[in-house]
Design a protein around this ligand. Structure first.
Ligand SMILES: *Cc1c(COP(=O)(O)O)cnc(C)c1O
Length: 390
């Protein structure tokens, strides 16, 4: 008999009742060290007091009014994002998937309004993940995600990740946009080299193609910059944000330049919940804490410590681990053992990690994880590797 909850997930037999910082307490009272952070969502850990205060204060005042009216909390968060990024304007969603939908619509509408309605093709990359809507699965195009869900939304093609020559050849007068994660998350913590991002920007500029960055996973401070593309010194025309921006409250956003957003006039897009006061006060508090040079420098410092420890683990357990990947606190351990076995062995040490494609173990801790929790996580990973070798 089917479960009351639609069985679309492979869930671990664990249920948590409370959290604090990087720790979660399960129903049976056991404590787990959380290196998944709700898949890069809980950027300030669990039950962060500043976020709880912002949320509960707003909850007592006003939850929701709809976008029929001005929402000052939404305006404040949009202004914070605009002041700290390439963007001139922001639309709020409830998830990364919805951000992908708008990014696609915005890019197509731009060319339509420019008198180039034939420019509808969007180029994406192998290993990409942009969400689960019919548009987002068509963009990523992986067999696993699209099989059985056809006909797919037309107008997407996928190229090998990081193959500049293939990209150069693929851009035609039909091309609308290129959509890419500066660091692939689900695809296995694969970083696009800075030179590739620069080359991509140049190629888009010379062909009038819009560049869309999906920073749903790698953004919001995760790499030690507010957004990962800042490392390469290039910016997109449109950017998708979600996961970390709400610190655990459902919130996403599309950021864009004035030019790229020029087709999105009143009536062209909307959302009932998107950008409601409750979500936006939490997002604004996350921004206030994360978009701060001292906070971001601390992320980089801790990341260097973590990375060094992980390199040591690879050296100690060459039959379990192969290499360290990633930037900042978006880290991956390319495994020799099956990554899902490593995840299970880590459960055995009360340590939560997340598998990714390409046989990678993802480590996405809270950005404010204390140094001693990183040390503890490394010790638990070491014990998990020993247990796995049996
Ligand atoms: C998680 C993710 C999405 C989808 O976000 P949802 O909030 O799950 O809809 C899109 N792109 C990337 C890179 C992601 O990691």
């Amino acid at each position: 008999m089917i479960s009351a909850v639609l069985p679309t997930y492979n869930r671990a037999p664990l249920a948590f009742v409370s959290g604090e910082g990087s720790w979660l307490t399960a129903q049976d009272g056991q404590r787990y060290l959380d290196l998944g952070a709700g898949i890069a969502v809980n950027v300030l850990g669990h039950a962060n007091s500043a976020l709880t205060a912002a949320l509960t204060e707003q909850a007592a005042k006003l939850w929701h009014v709809s976008n029929l009216y001005r929402i000052p909390e939404q305006e404040r968060l949009a202004e914070a994002l605009v002041s700290k990024t390439f963007a001139d304007t922001v639309f709020f969603t409830n998830s990364g998937t919805e951000a992908a939908e708008l990014a696609i619509k915005m890019a197509r509408k731009y060319h339509y309004e420019m008198g180039a309605a034939h420019r509808t093709e969007i180029i994406a990359f192998d290993g990409a993940f942009h969400g689960r809507s019919t548009g987002a699965i068509a963009a990523a195009g992986s067999e696993k995600m699209v099989k059985g869900f056809g006909p797919l939304m037309p107008g997407f093609r996928q190229l090998p990740f990081g193959d500049h020559t293939a990209l150069q050849a693929a851009i035609t007068d039909q091309t609308c946009a290129v959509i890419i994660e500066p660091i692939q998350g689900e695809g296995g913590v694969r970083t696009l080299p800075d030179a590739c991002l620069k080359g991509l920007r140049d190629l888009c500029d010379s062909t009038g193609t819009l560049l869309i960055f999906d920073e749903v996973q790698c953004g919001m401070g995760r790499t030690g910059k507010l957004f990962a593309h800042e490392w390469a010194g290039v910016s997109p025309d449109i950017m998708m944000v979600a996961k970390g921006i709400g610190g655990g409250f459902p919130l996403g956003a599309v950021l864009a330049t004035e030019d790229a957003a020029s087709g999105m006039i009143a009536g062209t897009h909307g959302s009932t919940y998107g950008g409601n006061p409750l979500a936006c006060v939490v997002g604004a508090k996350v921004m206030e804490i994360v978009a701060d040079d001292a906070f971001l420098a601390e992320v980089s410092r801790k990341a260097a410590q973590f990375r060094q420890g992980l390199e040591g683990l690879v050296a100690s357990h060459p039959t379990v681990f192969e290499a360290v990947r990633g930037t900042g606190l978006m880290l991956g351990l390319k495994c020799k053992a099956a990554n899902t076995d490593v995840v299970k062995a880590a459960y055995g040490q009360n340590l939560l990690t997340v598998p990714a494609a390409d046989n990678v173990l993802r480590l996405l801790p809270a950005l404010n994880i204390p140094q001693e929790d990183i040390t503890e996580a490394l010790a638990r990973l070491d014990r998990a590797a020993v247990a796995l070798k049996g």
